[in-house]
Design a protein around this ligand. Structure first.
Ligand SMILES: NC(=O)c1ccc[n+]([C@@H]2O[C@H](COP(=O)([O-])OP(=O)(O)OC[C@H]3O[C@@H](n4cnc5c(N)ncnc54)[C@H](OP(=O)(O)O)[C@@H]3O)[C@@H](O)[C@H]2O)c1
Length: 322
């Protein structure tokens, strides 16, 4: 499949290497700067380099566009690609808010084009390993997950105009981890955040689910956390090393004795699974990937909206996009 990349930033490089390793056709790169696009094209041996996103979106050869821009640009970029008849894989966080996500998904369905969120943990094989282990620990009573990196100086994260803050960038992973285990139907939520310059430097969120399960998740940009996820059930527990890219999953019995430890399978970069899911869905004529359907993407955005509303934190321009 002929794939184009929109935005020639850091994660775009990782995706370009992945597509090359997968032996898919990396056809075009679109950047706001032609010089930057040409340099990117040379580095990854890409036939077409465009100095605007519009030119990339209107290339008739491109079948799937991967969007790798700041959160604030995602909606506009998605709409541009869909309007030009392109299937889309868009980086997380999918949009600034749920309203934007609904608008994007509606257009994908209207056009009959694939639109998928590149939240890679939903597509990784480790997800299925965790699902199997969940069957062995009885009812989940408590869950905790954290993700924090030392990234406080990255402009994309500190600037509210770019959709900055820990929640949309890293907090989205503990949130998805929790939702993959407990679902989205929580009963109540409490949250605290350290807000600096209009965005959250770090946050904690505690959810209470029906039947009393409690989940406490944390995301931050100030230090490197252990990235661990722990799930405690009535019959045992699970420990996930690195919820952002699980390396191993350990299953314990109710006496906290190790039953088994499963290492995650070797991967190219880990991005190959989301790309393959898109290719499979496009080949079947689907508008969404079963691993992360539109309804789940929207539900995740709704949960983040609810958290931000407790903090009274909004992004410039997000209301304009409604
Ligand atoms: N899946 C993962 O593991 C992972 C990891 C990191 C980030 N991400 C996600 O990937 C996306 C991009 O992150 P990144 O770390 O690659 O960011 P980055 O290095 O800053 O690159 C973003 C690119 O977006 C383009 N862009 C468009 N409008 C822009 C604006 N107003 N300001 C700055 N850049 C703008 C630029 O490309 P041009 O100049 O070429 O147009 C820029 O190079 C985000 O959604 C982020 O959450 C995912």
């Amino acid at each position: 499949m002929k794939i184009g990349i929109l935005g020639a930033g850091s994660i775009a490089c990782k995706m370009a290497s992945t597509i090359r390793l997968m032996s898919q056709e990396l056809w075009a790169i679109g950047s706001r700067s032609l010089v930057k696009a040409e340099a990117f094209a040379r580095k990854f041996d890409i036939p077409c380099a465009y100095g605007s996103y519009e030119e990339l979106a209107s290339d008739p050869e491109v079948q799937l566009i991967y969007i790798a821009t700041p959160h604030s640009a995602h909606l506009e970029n998605i709409l541009l690609c869909l309007e030009n008849g392109k299937n889309v894989l868009c980086e997380k966080a999918f949009t600034l808010n749920a309203e934007q996500a609904r608008k994007a998904c509606l257009l994908s369905e209207k056009k009959g084009l694939l639109l998928a969120e590149a939240i890679w943990t939903r597509y990784l094989p480790s997800r299925l390993i965790i699902d199997e282990c969940l069957k062995e620990i009885g009812d989940i009573r408590m869950l905790t997950a954290n993700l924090s990196y030392c990234i406080s100086t990255v402009e994309r994260l500190t600037n509210p105009s770019l959709g900055g803050g820990a929640l949309l960038d890293v907090g989205v992973y503990p949130l998805n981890f929790m939702a993959m285990c407990l679902g989205t139907g929580y009963e109540s939520m409490q949250t605290s955040a350290a807000l600096v310059g209009g965005v959250d430097q770090q946050h904690s969120i505690t959810y209470v689910y029906p039947k009393g399960a409690i989940a406490s998740i944390f995301g931050g940009t100030q230090f490197n956390s252990d990235q661990r996820g722990l799930i405690y059930g009535t019959e045992g527990s699970i420990e996930v090393e690195n919820i952002n890219n699980p390396t191993s999953i350990s299953l314990f019995d109710k006496q906290c004795q190790l039953i088994r430890r499963i290492d995650a399978p070797k991967q190219l970069t880990g991005f190959e699974y989301e790309v393959q899911a898109c290719i499979d869905a496009i080949n079947k004529g689907l508008t969404e990937c079963s691993q992360m359907p539109h309804a789940m993407t929207i539900a995740m955005m709704e949960m983040m909206d609810a958290v931000r509303s407790r903090w009274h934190m909004s992004y410039p321009g997000e209301l304009d996009n409604k």
